[in-house]
Design a protein around this ligand. Sequence first.
Ligand code: GDP
Length: 444
Amino acid sequence: MAFEGLTERLQGAISGLRRKGKVTDADLRDTMREIRMALLDADVNYTVVKEFVRNVREKASGANVLEGLNPAQQIVSIVNDELVEMMGDEATPLNKSPKIPTVIMMVGLQGAGKTTTAGKLANKLKREQNARPFMIAADVYRPAAIQQLQTIGEQIDVPVFELGTDVDPRDIVRQGLDAAREAKADYVFIDAAGRLQIDEALMQELADIKDIAQPDEIMLVVDAMTGQNATETAEGFNERLGITGVALTKLDGDTRGGAALSIRAVTGKPIKFVGQGEKMDDLDVFYPDRMASRILGMGDMMTLIEKAQKDYDEKQAEETMEKMKSSTFDFNDFLDQMEQVQNMGPMEDLIKMIPGMANNPALKNVQMDPKDMEHIKAIVYSMTPAERENPDLLNPSRRRRLAAGSGRPIVEVNRMIKQFNEMKKMMGQVLNGNTQGMEQMMGA
Ligand code: GDP
């Protein structure tokens, strides 16, 4: 998972501040030095780090932060705002042409994930907007790129235009665009060639294709695992082609996250999507604010809730949100949630989106055993309807009954109820925007 190291370091820097009681200028300087090192070690671009630190320091030493109540809390909030700003503030949607079709040219180095991301985007448009995407196989150099695009096309049921590898990519694009119009496609993806590194021949070819296709979007695909190189690649492509957006892939890998934090600031171009796996639906819209919360270890409740909504009817999800907000969330809701969650994908990924959980040392390398879920369910099933609705009823003798009923040790019953209560409290705080709660979660 990306950002783990960074999250830990930032939390460390801020909790150091918290322990001080009163924060002096010198404390602030120390904290800023730690934050600076943490960002550099996460492979964030040097100039970006410098500016980030300067901005945070300016805001923190302005507005009477140090004299005010809870300086650490205010600094968390300043760091959070700066992270959001650095990554581009708001999510930026895919460009859309007023004319049909919208043309999206996919560019990037070989292996970055260009072909895969073209497929993921086409799939997303088709699924979410009922669009009619079309893909053109114009990468004639990478062995098997055409075959790969065709396989993806079959998998997501999107037509793929190809003329083999012996035709000039410029001609492939011309003819492909005609074919797309004929097929009444509304989005055309051009899978253009990549190379191992930027070279003049590649750039010339891409510039020609740009002239021919007049794309509405030039989407640069970069591999987050390549750290600083990803930022340099983005700069190179942007200077020569004028990219309009970035898709950052492999954020599910063990990346330090620097690319996500630097690209926007260095190129001025937004990250629009992030790839978080190899499957066709592993592509998410990039939300700078959610990413900032994730980096600060405050979780990503919105994405968690949206993931749930995909499998949920919307009304139920809204009701759940309301219950969490008003703290009337009970064990019946908990059971519903568990059942939904079990259909949502690997537990260990989901858990990390819960506030305060991202960097919980107990959860490092956690592999959730599906049996654990079954045990928790067994305990909840042993409750009476009244107990499920009102967890406060669960006194020691009732807990003993639950242990006997579920066949689980009493310590496990106690732990589960404790965790339920903590979760309920945390969710209520986060959803009600209580930053003090968040700060506690950060261990600050
Ligand atoms: P291209 O040369 O740029 O077209 O790269 P490909 O689309 O062939 O991708 C290279 C490899 O990266 C493939 O094995 C993809 O499955 C993998 N890949 C692409 N995006 C992601 C991602 O977001 N996460 C992970 N884990 N793998 C990815």
